[in-house]
Design a protein around this ligand. Sequence first.
Ligand code: FAD
Ligand code: SF4
Length: 399
Amino acid sequence: MTSVDFPKHKKAKALKPGSRRPAKELCSECGLCDTYYIHYVKEACAFINQQVDELEAQTHTRSRDLDNADELYFGVHQSMMAARKQQPIPGAQWTGIVSTIAIEMLNRGMVEGVVCVQNTKEDRFGPMPVIARTPEEILAARVNKPTLSPNLSVLEQVEKSGMKRLLVIGVGCQIQALRTVEKQLGLEKLYVLGTPCVDNVTRAGLQKFLETTSRSPDTVVHYEFMQDFRVHFKHEDGSTETVPFFGLKTNQLKDVFAPSCMSCFDYVNSLADLVVGYMGAPFGWQWIVVRNERGREMLELVKDQLETQPVMSKGDRTAAVQQSIPAYDKGVTLPMWAAKLMGVVIEKIGPKGLEYARFSIDSHFTRNYLYVKRNHPEKLEEHVPEYAKRIVGQYKLPE
Ligand code: FAD
Ligand code: SF4
């Protein structure tokens, strides 16, 4: 069921913080249930009612063409490119393209507010969703909060404020719920700027990840799983620490990712107008996917501040993905010297550009497919979108 157009939308009482959510352990804390839009949860929740296909048609006028190899992986799009800001924003996750677009949209009056997520005073990674109305408030939301974040919890304020033009920045599960209720928000125009998202964690899970992986968990200000097959941590003193993916303590980290993220097949944020990530671009560059006209309009605003290059693709991911499936399943951890060696070899001969993005999508979709099959077999058929079934179908999976 896609979004419904009630003359005056129905409201229900928001759930209290900490109470069990309708999606139970699969809840990604997207924030919808913290508002009276919980009324629509059965249709809107990405983990109760997967409906990427229908919402793609609603948002982009058509769903993705499964026989087009790029659309199968990256969703409906007009164009893709690699880009970076000529003058990066200090402290942004990458070069700050997301924050820059949001600031331009606000400054030019295209929107009156921007839903984004700052951090709490006590905790640099503690998410605090806001409706930013000044460039300073948008800048204060730069950099990833690598935890589940209730971005949609501010939706009630949108309607109450009487705002008519809004930009929402968010990850796939938040955007799926948003698309289902968007007609109820009383807006004249909604723009959606998405980022890809994978392997997210609760705040407690993040602590465990930092403690098992970084040499100095308390001073990490920023981290990313990068295209060179290493996790890059940036510390308070400006120093960088890298840990090869293959050296991660998978046996200890197996349960660290949120069950929602182990069940997610919308890595590339299929329902955003414009997506800004990094995984389809060369190392150091960001990856941009323009899905529709609104997305093109948004990117146009900042084009003169960007250096761009066409997307490229090199290598063959399939053998590496097939090998990663049983290794993850058994929680194999390589000794650090072997992990470093493997990292170096893979970086030299491994997949690059769009092929790296396919590597990451394939390894996460196969892992997540097995997770849903084992933990929620009754959901498997309906919850896994057709494109993901085709992607997973290329590999041999253990029982
Ligand atoms: P900035 O200008 O620093 O802005 C970052 C924006 O992200 C801010 O506006 C903020 O509101 C928003 N944000 C921060 N944390 C969250 C959150 N938890 N939920 C929703 N919105 C948030 N890209 C890939 O290509 N592959 C990946 O595997 C990948 N994983 C990601 C996982 C997470 C949890 C997140 C939040 C993002 C991920 N990204 C991934 C996107 C990538 O890391 C960058 O966020 C993106 O390239 C934008 O960089 P920037 O410098 O332009 O962003
Ligand atoms: Fe509600 Fe969002 Fe959790 Fe689904 S994921 S139960 S919509 S808060």
